[in-house]
Write a protein that binds this ligand. Sequence first.
Ligand SMILES: *Cc1c(COP(=O)(O)O)cnc(C)c1O
Length: 399
Amino acid sequence: MKKNDSLAIHGGKPVRDTYLPYGKQWINNDDIEAVIDVLKSNYITTGSTINRFEKSVSEYVGAKYSVAFSSGTAALHAACFAAGIETGDEVITTPMTFAATSNSVLYCGGKPVFVDIDPQTYLISPEQVANHINAKTKAIITVDYTGGPADYNEIMKLAKEHDLIVIDDAAHALGSTYKGEKIGAISDMTMFSFHPVKHITTGEGGVITTNNKAYYDKLILFRNHGITRDPRLLSLSHGPWYYEMQTLGYNYRMTDIQAALGLSQLNRLDAFLLKRKTIANEYTKAFQSIKSVRVPMNLGDRESSWHLYVLRLDLTKLRVDRGTIYLALTEENIGVNVHYIPVYYHPYYRKLGYQKGLCPNAEKLYETIITLPLFPSMSQRDVDDVISAVQKVLGYYEV
Ligand SMILES: *Cc1c(COP(=O)(O)O)cnc(C)c1O
């Protein structure tokens, strides 16, 4: 390959003049008004807007309880605490995720056990989960990668047999359904993130949804320094001012300012989801006939909320590697990305003793994937530009 081979295809003009990011929030005037209302009110944190937001999230996903947090990562940490993860406990999870998933296990002193993905769906393999359960296993953290729900029938069955707690990292899956049922109350605890690239945003923020009152109480405690004023939970009382710190918690609270934004965004969630699905379908229609790529698998009775659109390259049909394709798309001003570097590749995890070769399917997937821009405020022009750029670049490099 000549040094500037990738630039050669754009000898002329790139497909776009301006850079298109891979993901982005969509804030409208209603959102702004809702935030202003809270800013003018008496409570900008620990007020009633949090409760209203939590209730709306519960209703949307069909769970009994929701606890909002300052981030999705804080929410995962709290879920691991509520699950009772402690030093010596093993927690089975997938490496095809953001580091926060397994970091939450480390925060509690537990040991993440990475198991491989199914090479077709890219989701955690129930067979691999089964193979790694032992006396130390305490929990499973599934990840609904790109929005596609994991195999919950199999995973919940394994969890029941072995008395394990299932936490769903559903940062990608707000609005996804598994056999007709919304993600949010299938596992023991489900985490959603409200980072700006996710389905709805609160700036930073996250939530745990659950049907379990005992987990709910622990999540509430953990979010607020381990402190409670709940008369049901106090060990004694000195008077009406009395509160108790019962465990080492954190300040992981979401503000009412954020909750107001979240509540307003929730009103448009279904429209956001529809737009994401429409764009994903357009991509699939345009790309399924290109011989050097594989489009995302249709998951049948599992409906994705399409957080990400991941194209898999067939490197045997290309004369360059993924890096060159990635760079070429960037030069077309298309904001591509790679989700994810297998978590245990990171230096911190390598120092903990994890080694390359642990999950061959995830490692192979990592070499071949590119995430394309996908967010609800994309215009038809933006979508057409992504399609043109992919066709142009792959057409150039196909053998
Ligand atoms: C976004 C994300 C998180 C973390 O959420 P934050 O709100 O950014 O802390 C965790 N897991 C996955 C898979 C994510 O995509």
